[in-house]
Design a protein around this ligand. Structure first.
Ligand code: ATP
Ligand code: MG
Length: 425
């Protein structure tokens, strides 16, 4: 036998027994963004490498070591998108969606990062991203966070998630803070790990994000960014907090929350859970007022977030709070060759009469008993048995597969009435 080819490490098939849950989550998300008046945008999966270098930043984990970058046949450097914000801004600029306008956009799709695969961390994963443009005031920051809080309630997992909040303030405030932090870290050079020594010159704020327990004590004594906040950023942040208070959304201030991408300023936030081990961040975002300009557009305030669907799926699997629809409601069992045409006809008649009914007509022949076993395994509520006598009498024998009652034989009207009365899940 020929050798089978396997999928690429860290790139998963989502199999039929899982897609029901994915669809259910996606459905809740689509409804959510619609309820807030957001429009969908769809971008390509591949972009010029330059786009990500210029937006995410040259000295970030993503650009330094996580991108899938390759040369196109004409020698151009292309990259599989590691996130959606850069592409969304690129598309917005390119099509004039951002110029002197307000936009509320969302997208969903695969992202690619060359990371070490583990639970909740993959090389192809899926994000839902939400981005807003043209609104500088804190009401929109709050709206995005309030919207995510509603999503956790809709999904039934609110109790497993906590909100961490910080402000990265203005570029100037951050630059001042950066000097103070660098000076402090230099004094504690002996305690820095290899990664942090490298970052000291290039991206010292990222050192605050380090998960290395050996540096935890030293970092907790470091200068605090909030001591360097500019007045306007402070007021902006306080207003975001006040709006969250008013909406009943709880949060904790995390002074070391800096995010791994360079484009953020002011509000940054993460929704974290302790139920996924080290991969605890389910949703993360913030304000990025400089990015549109940096990518060649007119300066436009912006704020957004992205959430990882695999991590959400893992949480929902554990919490089991989301109803996942089964694929089949009604299974038609075909009793012999003479029932085959009538079976196909009744299947179509049922689909006409009940447009949302999921009808599985058995195909491929085979023993009655085997078909009934399949009917049971399909998860259907009822089986409709069509044998010689049913075909002759124009009747339908219904077998209840979930213990709802005795087998019964009905005419078409009776069958319709019975199906109308089923509580299909
Ligand atoms: P982490 O700290 O876990 O590496 P990140 O800061 O790199 O996350 P973002 O770039 O902010 O993540 O992406 C937003 C969300 O996308 C994350 O909170 C997470 O839920 C999800 N995500 C990011 N990278 C991966 C991955 N490799 N596999 C699965 N989900 C991911
Ligand atoms: Mg990461």
């Amino acid at each position: 036998m020929a050798k089978q080819i396997q999928a690429i490490r860290g790139m998963n098939d989502i199999l039929p027994d899982q897609t029901g849950r994915w669809q259910a989550i996606e459905q809740v998300i689509r409804q959510l963004v619609a309820r807030y008046g957001y429009s969908e945008i769809r971008m390509p999966i591949v972009e010029h490498t330059e786009l990500f270098k210029r937006s995410i930043g040259e000295v970030t984990d993503i650009v330094e070591k996580e991108m899938y970058t390759f040369d196109d046949r004409n020698g151009e450097s292309l990259t599989l998108r590691p996130e959606g914000t850069a592409s969304c801004v690129r598309a917005g600029n390119q099509h004039g969606l951002l110029y002197n306008q307000q936009q509320r956009l969302w997208y969903m799709g695969p992202m690619f990062r060359y990371e070490r695969p583990q639970k909740g961390r993959y090389r192809q994963f899926h994000q839902v991203g939400v981005e807003t443009f043209g609104i500088a005031s804190p009401d929109i920051d709050a709206e995005l966070i309030i919207m995510t809080a509603r999503l956790w309630r809709d999904l039934g997992i609110a109790e497993h998630l906590t909100l961490e909040l910080n402000s990265l303030a203005s570029n100037e405030a951050r630059a001042n803070y950066r000097d103070a932090l660098t000076a402090y870290l230099r004094e504690h050079m002996d305690q820095l790990d290899e990664d942090s020594v490298r970052r000291l010159e290039t991206n010292p704020l990222r050192i605050l994000d380090s998960k290395n327990p050996a540096m935890a004590d030293m970092l907790s004594q470091a200068p605090k960014l909030s001591d360097y906040w500019d007045q306007e950023s402070r007021e902006h942040f306080e207003s975001v907090c006040a709006r969250l208070d008013a909406a009943g959304v709880a949060y904790t201030l995390n002074e070391r929350l800096v995010r791994g991408l360079d484009y953020y300023n002011r509000t940054v936030f993460e929704w974290v859970t302790d139920s996924l081990g080290a991969q605890g961040t389910v949703c993360a975002g913030g304000r990025y007022d400089g990015l549109v300009g940096q990518l060649g557009g007119k300066d436009t305030p912006a704020v957004g977030f992205a959430m990882g669907l695999e991590r959400l799926v893992l949480m929902l699997e554990a919490a089991d709070t989301l109803r996942v629809p089964k694929p089949v409601d009604v299974f038609i069992v075909v009793g012999g060759a003479q029932a085959e045409l009538p079976a196909q006809a009744v299947a179509e008649k049922l689909r006409d009469a009940f447009p949302t009914l999921r009808v599985h007509q058995h195909c491929g022949g085979g023993k009655f008993g085997n078909q009934l076993k399949r009917a049971d395994r399909s998860g259907a509520d009822i089986a409709i048995l069509l044998g010689e006598s049913e075909v002759a009498d124009n009747t339908y024998t219904v077998k209840f597969l979930r213990g709802q009652g005795e087998q019964t034989t009905l005419d078409w009207n009776g069958l319709q009435a019975l199906i109308s009365g089923l509580e299909l899940k």
